[in-house]
Design a protein around this ligand. Structure first.
Ligand SMILES: Nc1ncnc2c1ncn2[C@@H]1O[C@H](COP(=O)(O)OP(=O)(O)OP(=O)(O)O)[C@@H](O)[C@H]1O
Ligand SMILES: [Mg+2]
Length: 275
């Protein structure tokens, strides 16, 4: 895969629409809510993957989404990022931006970063270069791909390296990192673009217990400055994160609250936790 193809896969191709640039500084979170899905429905050949799903995420929140296989968790992220168009419903980013009217690259440029389960990093480049490339692919930055890295850019990379605990690996080829480290690098690449909202689909799958715990610490440290929506099946990890939990079932919200509350909910035990 070429770097260009990889960039396109990440939704960073160079077709920044004017609307993205105009609307981007105007993210209005005056009512605290950064993301608001209302009555979203998505059907695949008559099967309702999302069924009048409504959900609100506060600015700075760290929200966990759980639920059985096929509940619609990944489909929900596909709708937020513009990969899937809902049949009906709206999805507001801040008070004024309806994401269902925007394309995938437009949504990425608005400040919504998504992490897929398989890390998409540049294996043949060093860890440092991966972060540098991610920063330069950010169309909001003024630097061109060929400009020298300025002091500010270097500091930003250095800060991010520490945050994702890869400062000792900066000059290492990314392909040689452990699975967990590759996941952190991809999160670091997302952070280089200053996302307001981060969507993370099963981020700790395949990680060691130690890597999982460090990832939890990282996410907790990101909350507040960023808003995070984390889909996971790992209950110990959800407990560590400590945020509000939303349980999805058959494309709708079944229960919502702190982990202890949803764990005590009989309906949740029946469809998910009790199995
Ligand atoms: N592109 C598609 N075409 C047809 N059906 C799809 C498509 N994407 C998802 N589905 C179906 O929609 C339902 C919801 O899938 P989704 O991937 O959102 O579930 P999930 O909650 O992420 O599950 P998991 O925990 O297994 O990742 C499933 O029944 C799935 O088979
Ligand atoms: Mg999924």
């Amino acid at each position: 895969m070429t770097a260009q193809q990889q960039m396109e896969g990440l939704g960073w191709e160079d077709n920044t629409p004017a609307v993205g640039r105009v609307l981007e500084p105007g993210l209005d979170t005056t009512h605290k809510v950064i993301l608001y899905l209302e009555d979203i429905s998505v059907s695949f050949d008559g099967f309702k993957a999302l069924n009048n799903l409504s959900l609100a995420i506060d600015a700075g929140e760290l929200r966990c989404i759980i639920g059985p296989n096929g509940a619609g968790k990944t489909t929900m992220m596909d709708v937020i990022t513009g990969k899937t168009r809902p049949d009906s419903g709206t999805c507001f980013f801040g008070q004024t931006i309806d994401l269902t009217r925007l394309t995938e690259p437009q949504i990425a440029h608005m400040g919504i970063g998504r992490k897929f389960q398989k890390p998409t990093i540049f294996e043949n480049h060093t860890v440092f270069e991966n972060l540098e490339l991610a920063m330069k692919m950010d169309k909001r930055a003024l630097t061109s791909l060929f400009a020298w890295l300025d002091r500010e850019g270097r500091d930003k990379i250095s800060d991010t390296l520490k945050l994702i605990r890869l400062d000792a690996e900066a000059d290492r080829q990314a392909g040689l990192l452990s699975h967990g480290q590759k996941q952190w690098l991809e999160i670091g690449m997302l952070l280089m673009q200053d996302p307001k909202l981060l969507l993370l689909d099963e981020p700790v799958a395949g990680m060691t217990d130690d890597e999982t715990e460090r990832t939890g610490e990282l996410f907790k440290s990101l909350a507040g400055k960023h808003s995070l929506v984390v889909v996971e099946h790992d209950m110990a990890f959800i407990e560590q994160l400590g945020g509000k939990v939303t349980v999805l079932h058959e494309g709708s919200v079944l229960a919502e609250g702190d982990l202890a509350t949803v764990q005590a909910d009989e309906r949740v035990v029946e469809v998910y936790l009790g199995r």
